[in-house]
Design a protein around this ligand. Structure first.
Ligand SMILES: *Cc1c(COP(=O)(O)O)cnc(C)c1O
Length: 355
């Protein structure tokens, strides 16, 4: 058997998505919430999950969870919601529903890597518009790229990962008006941003809103959602596998949506921890820290590769080394906010390494 005759050139040239081992480490690399569920909540959840009929398939389109999501997250009236196995799957659904041999997918770069990854796996043409050195989008370049490439789909992360900033809303509106295809607003970090573009799905017939439970304490259950006008959701729903979100995930999400005060309190704690870490980092002379609207901070250092390796090897602290991803990320580390003790250990490690 000759692999190269069977698998596509794209697949043969790819590397698998690499997740570094984190056993025994302080994990500040993946934008997870650092807070596990308290014991009582675990027990109530366990009891509830024990009642779920795992012998049955999930209900079609997960209607009751979708309705609860519409309610709790204040989505515009009349929009429809579809669920995915993480927002990763939703990206795949949107692109599967729009792929044509020459269709382009446009987004600023650097941004969330799955936009490009999934577009290319599906044989679409990914076009990235480089961010400027201060991490802002060159708006006229971006609008020119829409004109030149007529993208089937544009992804705008609001706030952006990995740079952490928000686009100007007036610019997003310009993009929506100029786009010949879909505009997906990826609000993975909306809980931390205190700002949303949800209303744009009512104002524009080509805008979709994508969010995830991953950054608010539920990364393990793999649940994302897409909200948009019914006519858009109806088409995207056709390429969804019928039972894509399992019954345990749905039940856990329904349970946790009744615990919004717990979720919101954790978000508030993370924002507070971030402010304290930011102030501390801003007072250090050998690093530059950037403001973000997310649960992570970005740090520019003299030698990111070496600092990353020392944090990992000497202090068992895992952060994300963005050096080498894109020129604007030269010597940049991305640090997810952890628990108070973990952030304190990071400060101690940085103090020891930098002085
Ligand atoms: C984390 C992240 C996602 C993916 O979330 P999942 O729901 O865990 O698949 C999507 N977009 C952005 C910008 C992210 O940072």
């Amino acid at each position: 058997m000759t692999l190269s005759r069977i698998f596509t050139d794209k697949v043969l040239s790819m590397q698998p998505y690499h997740v570094p081992s984190s056993a025994g480490m302080i994990k500040l690399d993946a934008m997870e919430s650092p807070y596990p569920l308290p014991d009582e909540m675990r027990q109530a959840l366990g009891k509830m999950l024990s009642m779920v009929n795992v012998n049955r398939y999930p209900t079609p389109r997960s209607v009751s969870l979708a309705a609860q999501i519409r309610d709790k997250f204040d989505l515009p009236k009349g929009c429809e919601v579809i669920l995915g196995n993480g927002s990763d799957e939703i990206i795949q659904l949107i692109l599967t529903a729009t792929m044509r041999p020459d269709a382009a997918v446009l987004s600023p770069v650097p941004s969330f890597v799955m936009y490009k990854q999934m577009a290319e796996i599906l044989g679409m043409r990914f076009v990235g518009v480089d961010l400027q050195a201060d991490f802002s989008v060159n708006e006229s370049d971006f609008l020119a790229a829409i004109e030149a490439h007529q993208p089937a789909v544009i992804f705008l992360a609001y706030p952006n990962n990995p740079t952490g900033g928000l686009l100007d809303k007036a610019f997003i509106q310009q993009v929506a008006a100029a786009a010949p295809g879909l505009v997906v607003l990826d609000e993975a970090y909306t809980a931390y941003a205190g700002s949303s573009c949800a209303e744009l799905i009512a104002d524009y017939d080509n805008v979709l809103l994508m969010r995830t439970f991953s950054k608010i304490g539920l990364a393990g259950i793999r649940l994302g959602y897409l909200a948009a006008r019914a006519e858009l959701i109806e088409q995207i729903n056709k390429v969804r596998m019928p039972y894509n979100v399992n019954v345990l995930t749905q039940a856990t999400a329904r349970f946790m949506l009744e615990q919004m005060s717990f979720i919101n309190a954790n978000v508030a704690k993370i924002i507070q921890e971030k402010a304290e870490l930011y102030d501390w980092l801003a007072a250090q002379d050998k690093v530059t820290v950037f403001t973000t609207q997310t649960n992570f901070l970005l740090l520019r250092v003299n030698d990111a590769d070496s600092l990353f390796a020392r944090l990992r090897d000497e202090y068992k602290i895992l952060v994300k080394n963005l050096h080498g991803y894109h020129p604007v990320l030269d010597n940049v580390l991305r640090i997810t906010i952890g628990r108070r003790k973990e952030n304190e250990k990071l400060r101690q490690a940085l103090t020891a390494i930098l002085h």
